[in-house]
Design a protein around this ligand. Structure first.
Ligand code: AMP
Length: 210
């Protein structure tokens, strides 16, 4: 199964990707996590991406397309994958098609903008493994500590309110047109993001199987 999770930043794509990848035994691939890893290790790509990311802008298409090409060529992607945060522009979607990757389903998780701004302030991520948590909706068992790897939970720099507003603006301008792109291909399913993570997961799984 080859899936794409679409949706605004903070709509819960990452959390859903983590749950679904375990259920379907396929890897979840987050370009955001790959870029943050590169940034931590100080690679050239990481350094190039940093200023875009910090300002809430998109990293240039050729950089993320290169990342995805390398990642999808790895062995664990043979039986399928979930793309979380890619594609985010029409040229990225076209690049995926040009690679010959046939996507089965595109799930768009929809949450209104005003809810997103509130949600983002409670979001925390593990600085070691990238797992996501939320102070209200997905609390870690031990405060400030990742239940998966014991890493420290932090707020992402780009989750601060001003950057979130810019990320939403960029989302509506550059990423939202992908809904029409995949609708035309007959692959789009819309899921209304729910307050409870488990409720969104139920709807997402139903949309995958529909
Ligand atoms: P995310 O963790 O998916 O919210 O991504 C965090 C940031 O990484 C985004 O705000 C962008 O700066 C960058 N990024 C991640 N994926 C992409 C993509 N497909 N295209 C461009 N920039 C991306």
């Amino acid at each position: 199964m080859k899936l794409i999770l679409l949706g605004a930043p903070g709509a819960g794509k990452g959390t859903q990707a983590e749950v679904i990848c375990e259920k379907l035994s396929i890897p979840a691939i987050s370009t955001g996590n790959i870029i943050r890893e590169a940034l931590k290790s100080g690679t050239e790509m990481g350094k190039r991406a940093k200023s875009y990311m910090d300002e809430g802008k998109l990293v240039p298409d050729e950089v993320v397309i290169g990342i995805i090409k390398d990642r999808l060529a790895q062995d664990d992607c043979k039986n399928g994958f979930i793309l979380d945060g890619f594609p985010r522009t029409i040229p990225q979607a076209e690049a995926l098609d040009a690679m010959g990757v046939v996507i089965d389903r595109v799930i768009d998780i929809e949450v209104p903008d005003d809810k997103i701004v509130t949600r983002m302030s409670g979001r925390r991520v593990c600085e070691k493994c990238g797992a996501s948590y939320h102070l209200l909706y997905k609390k870690p068992q031990e405060e400030g500590v990742c239940g998966k790897c014991g890493g420290t939970l932090v707020q992402r720099k780009d989750d601060h309110p001003d950057t979130v507003k810019e990320r939403l603006r960029v989302y509506h301008e550059q990423t939202e047109p992908l809904k029409a792109y995949y609708e035309k291909q007959g692959k789009l399913k819309i899921v209304e993001g729910q307050e409870e993570v488990a409720d969104t997961t139920k709807l997402t799984l139903a949309a995958i199987e529909a």
